[in-house]
Design a protein around this ligand. Structure first.
Ligand SMILES: [Zn+2]
Length: 441
């Protein structure tokens, strides 16, 4: 692609249209709203530009930067090429037509496209943390500054003896924050401690290393308009892509589940996927999730045998999402509910994380296979498709990685994940035994 039209050539691209970006080095992150004047992008290397129209995210476009900057008319051309389809579709909803050239001073603004939280629906936000520090403070300040104020924000401290989080919460001096010590270790235990104390109609979970958009909570609440929706998940984008490990994590699949709002259930909203409903990575992530409080309490919250801080290392969020769908409720994915997550900077941590994903997935499947609910047989029927999804280099899970391998993506990350997956069953039983002996003490 490069070399043909050097002036304004897009570098193949939009995460929105399937192709993964191929950046290898530090990546500049930018954010544009098409109803406002487009900026001139400066810097070198490449930029990933999140493109929104009337507050709705449409995709991420990769732009090759150059000395002197990429002027607005070039950026407009790149965005027009990569995201013309979704832009035209949105404008059509206003009876407007996408012109051949995107106006650099912005398309017409519109009212009514922003979030419409359900009237009267209150929210408790639960932030789980193990240490005090500037990242946690940044997360909490972002939540306090939301366009829709939460009823309360529970800061669950999973290392109350040493973390100093109590002091940080006190220093913020905002009555919206409540400090909750939870010495029983594990992400699921910490989130469930928040679930038990939540006062809101909806309980929202996030981590201590994220930066939330101003309308993040409003969009999550927007997702609950349909009464059948028990859970809403949002979009997680990288906070920075400074190191190779962070770029690889995005190529691994990152946390992004795309830019189309989606509904999942067992009826009319079944995606065309042979693995469904057991399709890992389709629903979202626990770090950007919201549940109806009463409903989630009734099903027991997150499984405390799964998740970070247990031998199972993960899988608790996918387990909860599966419970939503299998119980006959609906899960809504709302990509406008955006937060940015600080990915691991170092390769050793990335490897550990990917291994942990594999273990968590294996543990979660073991739990469901052995739960004696009839789900086991259903899972076994999906096993051939599941193995293909995990192992076939051309599967939706692996295609982007195969492409990225040409630019140095380490293929052994896939092997590491599979090794974790194979370890999952044993880890799940260890986790159960550990939890049982903890209860006896
Ligand atoms: Zn609009």
């Amino acid at each position: 692609v490069a070399g043909t039209v050097t002036q304004c050539a897009p570098r193949t691209t939009a995460v929105a249209t399937a192709a993964q970006p191929v950046a290898t080095g530090p990546v500049t992150l930018a954010d544009v709203e098409l109803s406002k004047p487009l900026p001139c992008l400066s810097g070198d290397g490449v930029a990933h530009v999140l493109v929104r129209l009337h507050a709705r995210p449409l995709g991420v476009v990769e732009v090759r930067l150059r000395p002197g900057g990429v002027p607005p008319h070039c950026l407009a051309g790149i965005i027009r090429t990569a995201l013309g389809g979704p832009i035209a579709a949105h404008l059509a909803s206003h009876h407007e037509v996408l012109t051949a050239v995107l106006p650099v001073d912005g398309v017409a603004p519109a009212t009514g496209c922003g979030p419409r939280p359900v009237a009267g629906l209150t929210a408790t936000v639960v932030v789980t943390a193990c240490a005090s520090g500037p990242e946690l403070e940044r997360t909490l300040r972002g939540i306090a500054a939301q366009s829709v104020r939460p009823l309360d924000v529970l800061v669950v401290d999973n290392r109350p003896a040493t973390s100093r989080i109590r002091g940080l919460v006190a220093a913020l001096a905002d009555p919206v924050f409540r400090y909750v010590p939870e010495p029983a270790r594990g992400l699921s235990c910490a989130r469930n401690a928040g679930l038990q104390r939540a006062h809101g109609d909806v309980v929202v979970f996030t981590d201590d290393d994220v930066v939330v958009d101003r309308d993040w909570l409003a969009w999550l609440l927007h997702g609950f308009h349909d009464e059948r929706v028990a859970c809403v998940t949002g979009l997680i984008l990288p906070l920075e892509l400074e190191t190779q490990a962070q770029v690889w994590f995005e190529q691994f699949g990152g946390f992004s589940k795309g830019f189309e709002p989606r509904l999942f259930d067992l009826d009319e909203h079944r995606p065309d996927n042979p693995l469904y409903p057991f399709a890992p990575g389709m629903y979202g992530s626990g770090a950007n999730s919201a549940f109806r409080t009463d409903w989630f309490r009734e099903v027991g919250g997150f499984d405390e045998n799964l998740g970070t801080g247990t031998p199972a290392r993960g899988g608790e969020d996918l387990d909860a999402f599966l419970t939503v769908v299998q119980s006959g409720s609906m899960l809504a994915y709302e990509p406008a509910a955006i937060l940015r997550h600080a990915h691991h900077r170092h390769y050793a941590d990335l490897r550990r994380q990917i291994y942990g994903y594999g273990v968590g997935l294996g543990a979660m499947i073991t739990k469901r296979l052995t739960a004696g609910t009839g789900e086991g047989r259903q899972l076994l029927r999906h096993a051939p498709a599941g193995l293909r999804h995990l192992l076939d280099p051309k599967s939706s899970k692996n295609a982007a990685k195969s492409a990225a391998a040409a630019t140095g993506y380490p293929r052994n990350l896939t092997a590491i994940e599979l090794a974790g997956f194979a370890r999952g069953p044993a880890s799940y039983w260890t986790s159960r035994r550990t939890a049982a002996s903890r209860r006896q003490r």
